[in-house]
Design a protein. Structure first.
Length: 367
């Protein structure tokens, strides 16, 4: 009897171990499938890729993914694999922190929330909550930080001051959560500033919402602007996303690439009209801030002082795609304005604000 019990016990242990091994094997296969999907999706749909890895290189990464023992390991492997493509514009793996940021920022903008309903998908939510737990990230604490920044309780280095009869506005981010408090602060300062020169410092600005800079333009110029903007993209998923977001695209001869032209307008609020506007640029200017400098240069709103921008301007947010098994999100440069980046009108490679102010003064003396 005891012998039978002992044999049954061994069988149960073997079944459990076998099930565990099978479960791990299935999970590993899912990581490999997601890695392959990631490669295929990026190469078909991301507009800008500095380089493309060989099939042999990609196979090595797929085989490495089979060794992952947790979503945390696979997530970190995905992030590292981005180096295979070099510069890819908005190409990225959505991190837990950025996912939380997007959730908070987009909840107040209905049209963007509808466009990115994937953020509220339950499988995606569960995936990121699990990943945060593995990484030891407190989501509630992150959310409180974003709320504090959006209400002005926590600074993001936004600053307004007067210097040499110029009004200098430093805007580190165009994120939607900063629009209301910071635009209100700008309005208050504009109402008391007596000078005629405006300097907008976006050297550290990596983008956000076009609404921010369009509101700023409407407050600082009496001119109404009407302009068109053409973006280019490629790939089935990118095409579907652009058409669902803004309208019908025009296909290129190769059947893969496409273009879309948008008509845009900024109506003046007749608040202030500056004689001279300068925008300080750097190689960190990206996405929505790239849209701003492209607009400023093409429409004659401002003179650009600084360095060549990083680029990636467009008319819609980047595409987000869910991996089929882990439900992590990848972000793609689905469409962008070409030429990709913008040259300054006045080159300045300085580091301090004083160097840029001196460059502006030198430039004005030559006019």
């Amino acid at each position: 009897m005891r012998k039978n019990v002992w044999i049954i016990g061994i069988c149960i242990v073997c079944l459990l171990c076998g099930g565990y091994v099978l479960m791990n094997k299935n999970k590993a296969n899912q990581y490999a499938e997601d890695m392959q999907y990631f490669f295929d999706c990026v190469e078909e749909n991301n507009l800008i890729l500095e380089k493309i890895p060989s099939d042999e290189e990609k196979q090595k990464w797929i085989e490495k993914s089979l060794e992952c023992e947790s979503d945390k390991e696979f997530y970190q492997m995905l992030v590292n694999s981005l180096d295979l493509y070099g510069e890819g514009g908005h190409l990225s793996i959505i991190s837990p922190g950025f996912y939380t940021n997007l959730e908070y920022s987009y909840e107040t903008i209905p049209e963007i929330r509808e466009r990115h309903s994937i953020l509220s998908d339950q499988k995606v939510k569960d995936a990121y909550e699990g990943l945060m737990e593995e990484l030891g990230i407190d989501k509630a604490e992150l959310m409180n930080q974003y709320k504090a920044q959006s209400t002005g309780e926590l600074s993001n280095d936004f600053e307004i001051h007067e210097e040499d009869n110029m009004l200098v506005i430093k805007i580190p981010s165009f994120e939607a959560r900063f629009i209301e408090p910071q635009i209100e602060e700008i309005k208050q300062k504009l109402s008391t500033f007596a000078g005629n020169t405006l300097v907008i410092d976006i050297r550290e600005n990596g983008g956000g919402s076009d609404t921010y800079w369009m509101d700023l333009v409407s407050l600082t110029s009496f001119k109404d602007y009407t302009y068109s903007k053409t973006i280019s993209g490629r790939g089935k998923l990118s095409k579907e996303y652009v058409e669902n977001s803004v309208g019908k695209v025009t296909m290129q001869d190769d059947g893969k690439g496409f273009t879309y032209t948008s008509n845009n307008s900024i109506k003046s609020k007749h608040y202030r009209d500056f004689e001279k506007v300068y925008i300080l640029t750097s190689d960190k200017v990206f996405s929505a801030s790239e849209n701003f400098v492209q607009f400023a240069k093409e429409q004659g709103y401002a003179t650009l002082v600084g360095d060549t921008t990083r680029g990636a301007g467009g008319v819609i947010d980047p595409l987000m795609v869910e991996l089929p098994n882990t439900h992590l999100l990848i972000r793609l440069e689905s469409a962008a304005h070409l030429p990709y980046n913008t040259e300054p009108d006045v080159v300045c490679n300085g580091y301090t604000l004083d160097e840029y102010i001196r460059k502006i003064k030198d430039y004005e003396q030559t006019k």
